[in-house]
Design a protein around this ligand. Structure first.
Ligand SMILES: [Zn+2]
Length: 350
């Protein structure tokens, strides 16, 4: 399953009707961003995030930890949580396991994530070890917090690129018993080979009958590789982010629709694509829209790219069910040409 990312309570440039039409089953909301703006009180008054953003379907919220460690200015980390300053106005805020779960209750998400400590990938070993210790402790505290009826809670495994730390963290988190397990500390600026290794180190310790979620990943080719390594659930900002740069995902890799070679191309972004953009508009027209700064251009690229990801997951599920995933994987990866620029775009912070 792929979850389009609604960072600020909106999947950028797409409305709920479009998301449903293209087969979205679940979206992700960012606790940190919503906590800072518009604030939890107004969302609580609105009756929760589903109502506030008019998305009556499943929703996962992250704990806010990733953004605190990547965006905010941290003042102090204690056993109870993190003192930090908002990246927007510098105001002093606090988030710990208790607060993270309380906010996610107010948001009313169907799946809440525990608060974890997510250090940068180049952190020294002793900091990685400390982050794992804290991640386990906070997971325990999150587990003790009240949760909404039917609200699931997923644990998160940290440990960087150290196999022993990954194993220790995974076993400790699984022992505490969550509804699903996420592999964190990936998509934090590490090279792709290290990301794949971190997944491979963690996966054997996660129960096969429960969802495994790779946070913040990835490109279409990476997703296929991660499914082959036992991952079930993904979220990534790439489809809508690269759309805003005028880039489209296809089964053969990415293509710049702004490129001059599309000037006279009256064909769709991708032949055979059933998305609204490809059914109605040509590359030449979309290129024109992008060049003159018309909003419709980036909206349609966002439609195509998000549809591409969701359709890819549909194909993956069909091939898994039919027992033909191995052949599908080989063919998909042989055709897909990765782009360095897109790999780098994934690592911009949100
Ligand atoms: Zn399309």
């Amino acid at each position: 399953m792929f979850m389009p990312v609604g960072t600020q309570g909106s999947v950028k440039a797409l409305d709920p009707r479009e998301l449903r039409e293209m087969g979205t089953q679940i979206i992700l909301g960012n606790t940190y961003h919503l906590y800072i703006r518009p604030g939890i009180d107004i969302i609580r008054q609105a009756g929760g995030l589903h109502k506030f953003i008019s998305w009556p379907h499943p929703m996962l919220t992250d704990s806010g930890g990733f953004q605190i460690f990547s965006l905010a200015k941290i003042r102090k980390i204690t056993a109870d949580g993190v003192e930090f300053r908002s990246h927007v106005d510098g105001s002093a805020l606090f988030l710990g396991p208790r607060e993270a779960m309380e906010i996610q209750r107010a948001l009313g998400s169907d799946i809440a994530m525990v608060l974890d400590e997510c250090p940068p990938h180049e952190s020294p070993p002793e900091e990685m070890e400390e982050a794992v210790r804290r991640t386990i402790e906070w997971a325990e505290r999150c587990r003790e917090q009240p949760r909404l009826e039917n609200q699931q809670v997923f644990g998160i495994v940290q440990g960087g690129s150290d196999p022993q730390l990954r194993e220790r963290c995974a076993k400790a988190i699984v022992r505490r018993g969550f509804d699903g397990y996420s592999i964190g500390g990936v998509s934090v600026g590490e090279p792709e080979s290290e990301m794949l290794k971190a997944i491979e180190m963690t996966e054997p310790f996660l129960p096969a009958h429960q969802p495994r979620y790779a946070m913040g990943l990835g490109t279409p080719a990476q997703i296929v590789e991660l499914v082959a390594r036992g991952v079930d659930l993904f979220d990534c900002v790439l489809p809508t982010r690269v759309a805003r740069n005028g880039t489209a995902f296809t089964a053969r890799g990415t293509v710049s629709i702004k490129g001059g070679f599309n000037k006279g191309d009256l064909g769709p972004i991708e032949a055979g694509c059933s998305c609204f953009a490809c059914q109605n508009f040509s590359r030449a027209y979309l290129r024109h829209l992008l060049n003159v700064g018309e909003i419709l251009g980036l909206r349609m690229l966002s439609v195509h790219n998000s549809h591409m990801y969701l359709k890819l997951m549909e194909d993956v599920r069909r091939h898994l069910a039919a027992g033909t995933f191995g052949a599908f994987r080989g063919e998909f990866l042989a055709n897909y040409i990765p782009s360095q620029k897109v790999l780098l775009a994934r690592q911009e912070l949100v």
